[in-house]
Design a protein around this ligand. Structure first.
Ligand code: AMP
Ligand code: MG
Length: 403
């Protein structure tokens, strides 16, 4: 059976082989969060545009400031002031953080290391040339590329775009991802469930995961475990670039997703992975749509989305696929698992003494959404491990929305 890393590799290679990110659209900067950039962003001028003081203090000629030196203060410069006049020899000027250092000055002495008496300023210590000044152009030259195509726009990327005046950005359109849950037992969130029904939490969690991964969910509701209903709703889903199904991929008599997809012309790249939860996960292509059939138990659905759907959405949205961000932690309490499959157990990392410590959470199996809502990560137990003692180093997969 396929390991989860080989399965991810297949997702990456098949997505790359058959799909291209969607064309670029111009996106106002305040609506561009999470989009992937489709253009270079260049500076409009040098940064900083002038020699900038990084402290409140006095602009000086460093050579004139030996310990206990006294200089006459000639005025002040605050952030935003126009600065043209040179600093006269034998003088200093009071300067604020973010203000332009006047020509002639080559250091700023922090106000904390000075004493002032009227116009006279005495310095406690010698000044070094360049201190507390960011030189003009040292962060970026004029016309320099600061953002490249393929970057996903987060707060820092948007800030540099704002700094250089890129008020609108060419971004790839977000991939549209159809979401279809399956199961005769499933009712909509706003319906009253019968005694043996469950509410459709998977469509809600999948929609959230799709948004967080840079896609645009298209909610198709729920299909009954019947060939006619499933076929009709899958047909609707095949209008989009990606179709994510939940449920109906196990070995039960009413698990019809794979056979219905096959009847509609699907080819499958895998239909099981050596993981728990999530073993029956299916990945394939049907006509012009990538199809993921995720097992219906909510923990399985969420884990397999993070493992397998996220890299496909990365590529379709124009970015390189992220490597899986596995972190190392110390196991807090011993864990026992059957070997043979890689386990992804609901877990929480905390930092009691500054270093990460992982706790596996008590849970009632892969339907336990209440346990899942306590997690910030999944504890990854390798297929060849059975008993892991407290204090051992373990890998955790952070949930991509909370860590
Ligand atoms: P399945 O993969 O179809 O065998 O579903 C396994 C279990 O997952 C079902 O018995 C339900 O308890 C649960 N389940 C299936 N679909 C959903 C859904 N849309 N929302 C929440 N739980 C679900
Ligand atoms: Mg089912």
């Amino acid at each position: 059976m396929l390991s989860f890393s080989d399965a991810r590799q297949l997702v990456v290679s098949q997505t790359r082989a058959h799909f291209r990110p969607r064309l670029a659209i111009s996106q106002p900067i305040n609506d561009a969060l999470g989009h992937v950039l489709a253009q270079d962003v260049r500076t409009d001028r040098e940064y900083p545009p002038f020699h900038r003081s990084t402290r409140d203090g006095y602009a000086v000629r460093a050579g004139e400031v030996t310990a206990r030196a006294t200089l006459r203060c000639e005025g002040e410069i605050k952030a935003g002031d126009t600065v043209t006049q040179s600093l006269s020899p034998g003088t200093c000027v009071q300067i604020m953080t973010g203000a332009a250092v006047p020509p002639g000055a080559d250091a700023v002495v922090m106000i904390e290391f000075t004493h002032r008496d009227g116009h006279k300023v005495t310095f406690d210590r010698p000044a070094q040339p360049g201190q507390n000044i960011v030189a003009q152009g040292s962060e970026a030259g004029a016309g320099e590329v600061v953002l490249v195509p393929g970057l996903r726009l987060g707060f820092a990327e948007l800030a540099i775009a704002a700094q250089v005046g890129a008020a609108a950005l060419q971004c790839h359109k977000k991939p549209r991802v159809a979401v279809l849950s399956t199961g005769d037992e499933v009712v909509a969130v706003n319906e009253t469930p019968g005694p043996f029904h469950i509410r459709n939490s998977n469509s809600v969690s999948l929609s959230a995961q799709i948004r967080l991964a840079g896609g645009e969910p298209v909610l198709l509701g729920n299909a009954l475990d019947r060939v006619d209903d499933l076929s009709a709703k899958i047909e609707t889903g095949l209008r989009e670039e990606v179709l994510v199904l939940s449920g109906g991929v196990s070995m039960g008599k009413y698990d019809l997703v794979e056979s219905v997809l096959k009847g509609l012309g699907a080819e499958f790249f895998f239909d099981s992975v050596a993981i728990r939860p999530g073993k029956p996960a299916v990945f394939g292509r049907c006509r012009h749509t990538l199809v993921f059939g995720l097992p219906g138990n909510p923990v399985s659905t969420m884990v397999t989305f993070q493992l397998f759907v996220v890299p496909a959405l990365d590529i379709l949205s124009g970015s390189a696929p992220h490597p899986l961000p596995l972190l190392e932690a110390t196991l807090a309490e011993p864990v026992k698992e059957k070997s043979g499959l890689t386990h992804f157990l609901p877990a929480r990392v905390d930092w009691p003494d500054g270093t990460p410590r992982a706790h596996a959470l008590r849970w009632q199996g892969s339907g336990d959404i209440a346990a899942l809502a306590q997690t910030n990560c999944f504890l990854v137990i390798p297929a060849d491990r059975q008993d892991i003692a407290a204090g051992e180093r373990v890998s955790v997969l952070p949930r991509f929305d909370v860590l």
